[in-house]
Structures are given as C-alpha cells and as structure tokens.
Design a protein around this ligand. Structure first.
Ligand code: DAK
Length: 259
C-alpha cells in the first residue's frame, strides 16, 4: 500500500500524503512513494497539473520523520538527504506545474517540499517553519537555498536561525505563499488555478517553467539566452501553430483533449 493517494480527474492529479497519525512526517517509505507518484503523473499524458496536499486537517507535512532520524548515523543521513533532494528536484523540475495545497503544518522537510512546488496556496490554518536548528540539524532538503530565493536573504536568515514558525498570513506577507484561503476552499482554489493553466499550451507551460527555473540566479544576459533559445524552439510546433491560428481565426485554441 502506498503512502500517497492519487486522484486524477479533468487532467488534474491530486496527490495526498497519507500518514495523518504522524502528521504526514516523511520517512524513507513516504519519500519513495511520493517520488513514484510524482513520476507517474509526469509520465501520464492525461495529467496537466499536479496538486500536492496532506491528509487530515492538521498537517501538510510536519517534516522529516524525527523518530526515524534519531537512529540515523552519517551514512543513513546521507542516503535520506539524497532521497529528499531527489524528491524535491523531481517536483521542481516537473514540466507540469505542481501546486502545494498547504492544509496545516508545513515544517522542516514539509516546508521544503512546499517550496519545491511551483505555486503555494495555504489554508488560513497553515503554519510554516524551518525548525531544524531546534533539533541540532539544518534544513537539508533545499531550505537554505529555496527560502532565501522566495522571501529574501534577511528573512530567510531570521527564520532559519531562530526556527520561528510563521502563520499563513505572515507567509503571504513575506511572499512565501501565493494565496491564503479558508480551509474548506483550499482544494477548490488550487483547482481554479489548475483550470486556468490547463487552458494553455502544455509545451509552452513546460518551457516557461524551464526558463524561469534555469534563468533564475544567472545573469540577465544568460537568462535571456535561455529564454530566446526555448522561445524559438516553440515555433513550428503543432501547439504554437494552433495557438497562433486560433487568435487569427478568432476562436479558442484547443491544446489538449476537451480541457
Ligand atoms: N516526525 C515524526 N513524528 C512526528 C513528527 C515528525 N516530524 N511531527 C509530528 N509527529 C508525530 C508525533 O510524534 C505524534 O505521534 P504520537 O506521539 O502520537 O505517536 C503525532 O505526530 C502528533 O503530533 P503531536 O502530538 O506532537 O501534535 P501537536 O499538535 O501537539 O504538535 C507539532 C504538532 C507539529 C507542533 C509537533 O508535532 C512538532 O513540533 N512536530 C515536529 C516538527 C518539526 O520539528 N519538524 C521538522 C523535522 S526536521 C536531511 C534533510 C532534511 C531533513 C532531514 C535530513 N538530510 C540531508 C539527512 C529534514 C528535517 C526535518 O524536517
């Protein structure tokens, strides 16, 4: 049995991390199951957008499994760290947008998973934090790298060195999340964003994400090179022909099935 529940409809895959009794804490098996579920969605032509959430109403993911880590030596920690980094890179590099529906605690590895997603929508009850230093460790699934890129250096320095948790409204204020909504509207809000995305060309979406990801942090000159390269590659494709012709013919483009 997998720790990840998968529900696919209307080209949207909802992946639910299902270990509510431990606030969806990530052990080796949960990480492996999430990797496999995300890979299946990436390979599934019927999926255009992935929504990632946690089971229950308390937690998105309360972090890596502290009970498992307690018995880890450096060798096991290295394997676990590499598995986690592979998981977060798989999400970040997904050609299909991944939306984090943060329904409660997103702490440590949980905050890091949400930051690897392309878009974050939080329930009003969500809480974010990188409390690793309280445990004598540090954020090891990309927190030290992605948090400063999302919220600025000074705020990341404070949040990581104090381990202070922030509410959903503060997360919105510092740019950590895109939207904050009441708990019962969380999945609908994510689906609404997904539906808007699904109207657009899948290849254009994938290449846009690649430009943003690969250009970010490089010089503007390097970033523009990446952009013009991927931009020009879209021309002559069936998808761009359809989008451009639809405009000229004053009709809606049809990029995928009946979406
Ligand atoms: N791991 C394991 N179990 C957890 C857990 C976690 N992270 N968080 C909660 N649980 C379990 C609790 O132990 C409890 O289980 P039982 O005692 O009932 O068996 C159950 O979930 C319910 O939790 P609480 O009873 O504590 O619930 P409360 O509402 O009172 O408190 C809380 C909720 C979220 C404030 C509290 O549970 C809490 O502080 N949890 C820990 C949060 C945390 O510190 N998260 C960061 C973990 S460190 C690595 C790279 C990355 C990482 C590790 C290695 N390498 C490169 C090697 C990542 C590290 C982390 O994420």
């Amino acid at each position: 049995m997998s720790f990840i529940l998968t529900d696919i409809s209307n080209h949207i895959a909802i992946l639910t991390i299902n270990r509510p009794e431990a606030l969806n804490a990530m052990n080796n098996m949960v990480v492996a199951d999430l990797v496999s579920a995300v890979k299946s969605c990436i390979d599934d032509e019927n999926v255009g957008v992935i929504i990632l959430t946690g089971a229950g109403d308390k937690a998105f993911v309360a972090g890596a499994d502290i009970k498992q880590m307690q018995s880890n030596g450096p060798k096991e920690a290295l394997t676990f760290g590499q598995m986690g980094q592979h998981m977060t890179l798989l999400i970040e590099n997904s050609p299909k947008p991944v939306i984090a529906a943060v329904n409660g605690f997103a702490l440590g590895g949980g905050c890091e998973i949400s930051m690897a997603c392309h878009i974050r929508v939080a329930s009003e009850t969500a809480t974010f934090g990188q409390p690793e230093v309280l445990l004598g460790i540090l954020p090891g699934w990309g927190g030290t790298q992605r948090l400063p890129r999302l919220v600025s250096l000074g705020i990341a320095n404070e949040l990581i060195t104090t381990g202070r948790m922030v509410s959903a409204s503060e997360a919105k204020l510092i740019g950590l999340v895109n939207h904050v909504v009441p708990p019962n509207e969380l999945i609908d809000k994510c689906k609404e964003i997904a539906a808007q995305i699904l109207k657009n060309g899948p290849n254009a979406i994938a290449k846009s994400l690649a430009c943003i990801r690969e250009g970010f942090g490089t010089s503007i000159k390097e970033g523009l090179k990446i952009e013009v390269d991927l931009f020009s590659k879209l021309f002559g494709t069936e998808e761009a022909n359809e989008g451009l012709s639809a405009f000229v013919e004053k009709r809606k483009p049809k990029f995928r099935g009946n979406a």
